[in-house]
Design a protein around this ligand. Structure first.
Ligand SMILES: [Fe+2]
Length: 447
């Protein structure tokens, strides 16, 4: 339990007036919601047939679960959650207020213009955690999207199913006071990070299209499953669909979650993962530590680069991709996302440290390596990090099973990817058959 005195000190350190942390009463929340629902000067006015029961549910104290302002909904199963607004403690509201205050200090310098406009539209900010009833209504009115509360990180398949219905899954917990980076999304990430980006049309377009791409992948899977005659066949078909979704997810990761964009000849952030961490916001743009690579998502090779790159969740990103211009993300149609995912499954993959021939490198990060270094590190048991090991093992299995035969990689990557020596593949084939490789890690500081 943190003492009152300590809370005051923390608030002061972040420029937050402790007396401004006054959660709204139920009556105040309902009144704010009633005024919001009545608005007609918005792109998606709320039909009273949905608005009235919605207001009634809020008034009766029912906890917010899934937005119900349109005829559509999503089934969350065991991941369904509710927002218990009354249960948030003063510490949790203060944690939100401090995060928002820190964001204020960085976002005007580092966030793209559209993100800042979106924040004004949704009135994100303030000194208390937003009430999801009102927030969901504001989001729906501006974008047609709604919120669906979940209790933890949900499977990618369900996450993108929600996107196909224009629902965004949000958690209800708030990070600990002064925690800047966390692996699991919280309200700070989902709301202070993502919600403002919904108003950026190309970002909403990329999000929705990932949802539709997920449906295409799994509908095809279901058709193929119906024709399977053995468990082994069924397993292969199911794994293949999950694999394709993973490659699609990487495109989402490097754009919607951790994307940078050129604006007025400067690099700006639009990724929610970046903008929900004031520390990573500065780091992603100003630091000399990470690699930054310029991409044009309308080019197949650049999109393949995203889909074949394994990423890092345990700390700040080590490679960021900088989209040349927002409009180029328009090219991410569901059909194209699926086609790229299928092609990615037939190519070698890269770790977050690899520099690939043809990369337009704006900043070479301190931990960048050539595409072959990971194999030699694996052989010497000097892998250093999980992502490097995972990628090396995946590719060696892929090479060992002969998939590379006849594939001209120089066309894909605008230059030759160094050939993995046959002796290395043979060594791996034997070792893998005898012991089976699993990902090995050790701290980077040991390198
Ligand atoms: Fe996210």
């Amino acid at each position: 339990m943190i003492t009152e005195e300590r809370l005051v000190q923390i608030a002061k350190r972040h420029g937050v007036a402790i007396e401004s942390i006054e959660p709204l009463s139920l009556a105040d929340r309902v009144e704010a919601l009633r005024a919001c629902l009545a608005r007609t000067d918005v792109p998606y006015p709320i039909d009273p047939k949905f608005g009235e029961p919605y207001l009634q549910a809020a008034r009766s104290g029912e906890r917010f679960a899934i937005g119900s302002l349109s005829g559509d909904s999503v089934e969350l199963g065991p991941f369904r959650n509710t927002q218990d607004y009354e249960a948030y403690s003063p510490e949790q509201h203060l944690s939100w207020a401090c995060l928002v205050a820190e964001q204020q200090k960085t976002k005007h310098r580092y966030a793209c213009r559209e993100y800042l406009d979106g924040e004004d539209t949704f009135a994100i900010g303030g000194t208390v955690i937003p009430d999801f009833y009102s927030l969901n209504a504001r989001i729906y009115q501006q974008t047609g999207w709604q919120l669906a509360t979940v209790n933890m990180i949900i499977p990618a398949e369900l996450f993108f199913t929600c996107h196909s219905h224009r629902f965004f899954p949000v958690t209800t917990f708030m990070r600990a006071l002064e925690q800047d980076y966390l692996q699991e999304p919280d309200i700070g990430h989902d709301v202070a990070g993502h919600v403002s980006t919904f108003t950026i049309p190309v970002v909403a377009h990329v999000m929705r299209n990932h949802g539709i791409a997920r449906n295409m992948i799994y509908e095809r899977r279901d058709e193929e499953l119906a024709k399977c005659t053995s468990e082994a066949q069924r397993g292969r078909v199911a794994r293949r669909a999950d694999e394709l979704l993973l490659y699609a997810e990487r495109i989402y990761w490097f754009t919607v979650e951790f994307g940078l964009v050129m604006q007025d000849e400067e690099i700006r952030a639009f990724g929610a993962g970046i903008l929900s961490s004031p520390g990573e916001t500065i780091y992603s743009i100003d630091s000399v530590l990470p690699t930054r690579i310029l991409i044009d998502p309308s080019r197949e090779s650049d999109l393949l680069r995203l889909a074949t790159t394994d990423y890092l969740i345990s700390e700040f990103q080590k490679t960021y991709f900088v989209t040349e211009h927002f409009d180029l993300l328009e090219s991410l149609t569901p059909e194209r996302i699926v086609a790229i995912a299928e092609r990615a499954s037939r190519l070698p993959h890269f770790s977050w440290r690899d520099i690939v021939p043809g990369d337009r490198v704006l900043q070479m990060g301190q931990s960048a390596v050539g595409t072959n270094e990971k194999y030699f590190r694996l052989k010497c048991q000097e892998v250093g990090d999980e992502c490097l090991a995972r990628t090396a093992i995946r590719n060696l299995r892929w090479y060992a099973s002969g998939h590379h035969m006849g594939l001209d990689l120089s066309k894909t990557w605008s230059g030759p990817v160094a050939t993995v020596p046959p002796s290395m593949i043979e060594w791996f084939r034997i070792e893998d058959a005898e012991h089976g490789f699993t990902v090995v890690t050790k701290p980077l500081s040991d390198e």
